[in-house]
Ligand binder design. Structure first.
Ligand code: AMP
Length: 278
């Protein structure tokens, strides 16, 4: 079946096929991480819709919206080779009416950790994701664990607003040396890239420890050793569902998450751990 490119909501309605639909929301500049999400979507549904939309609402005024990488032709090629049925690629004008007033508030979880560094970011994410759900009406939607707080907030939105969609979280795809794939990695110089490896190394070293204080300390030590080129924004060990810091006595899953700037590029990464009773 040929790939359909839907550039507005009318195109999208025309492209709708029968059967189960899986949505993979992206901002384009697709890489192997996105490819793994598309493959999961294909395994779960009859038709896969990939949205490619760099959402202005989720970028702060000093962030990289205008220089965010846009590689639409290559993105289409990947979608075609993975059997995607529809690529939804609307313009900002098509998505956002000039008179629009109503949007979503992500609440307390949207204001902590990543949300503390990026005020309004998760409000913008949830608003666009709910619009995409309403436009595409998917049965399932796939999101990467790479953006763990985003995934937690989308699960929260679906539960709080009774959105009729199943959310699937997909594991983070990494380079052989551990660096988590990201569309922003293309901004990194060779030297930046070496510095950036401290993020995944810190998560690995932290994950090898048994208890919260030791996990945090081991990860922090790796970040400190990376030197001044690594400008750490946060290192947290949080509950995966609420993103609040876990207590020393916490058992079960926890997310060790880190954000840092390398050169001019802000990178995030995380790993999910299971803490056993001692
Ligand atoms: P983005 O285009 O960066 O907004 O990401 C679109 C989707 O791909 C989100 O659900 C991300 O969590 C997911 N994603 C980004 N990087 C990776 C990765 N390295 N592995 C798996 N999924 C990813």
């Amino acid at each position: 079946m040929d790939l359909i490119v839907a550039r507005n909501r009318d195109d999208l309605v025309k492209a709708r096929a029968g059967g189960e639909v899986a949505l993979v929301p992206t901002m384009g500049a697709l890489h192997e991480g996105h490819r793994s999400l598309i493959r999961l979507a294909r395994a779960r549904a009859d038709q896969v819709v990939v949205s490619i939309f760099v959402n202005p609402l989720q970028f702060g005024p000093t962030e990289d919206f205008s220089r965010y990488p846009r590689t639409f032709d290559a993105d289409l090629e990947m979608c075609r080779s993975e059997g995607v049925g529809v690529v939804f690629h609307p313009s900002a004008e098509d998505m956002y009416h000039p008179d629009r007033q109503v949007s979503l508030l992500s609440g307390r979880m949207g204001e902590i950790v990543e949300g503390a560094s990026r005020p309004g970011h998760f409000d913008g994410v949830l608003t666009v994701v709910l619009k995409l759900f309403n436009l595409v009406q998917p049965h399932v939607a796939i999101f990467g664990q790479k953006d763990a707080q985003q995934l937690a907030l989308i699960r929260r939105m679906v539960a709080d607003l009774d959105v009729p969609v199943e959310i699937i979280g997909a594991p983070t795809v990494r380079e052989p040396d551990g660096l988590a794939l990201s569309s922003r990695n293309r901004y990194l110089s060779a030297a930046d890239r070496q510095v950036a490896l401290a993020l995944s190394r810190a998560l690995r070293e932290g994950a090898a420890e048994p208890a919260p204080s030791r996990i945090r300390a081991a990860a922090q030590q790796v970040l400190d050793a990376a030197g001044p080129e690594l400008d750490v924004d946060y290192l947290v060990l949080v509950d995966p569902a609420t993103f609040t810091e876990v207590e020393e006595s916490h058992t079960g899953e926890a997310v060790l998450a880190v954000a840092a700037r390398v050169g001019g590029t802000r990178l995030i990464d995380n790993v999910t751990l299971t803490l056993n009773p001692t």
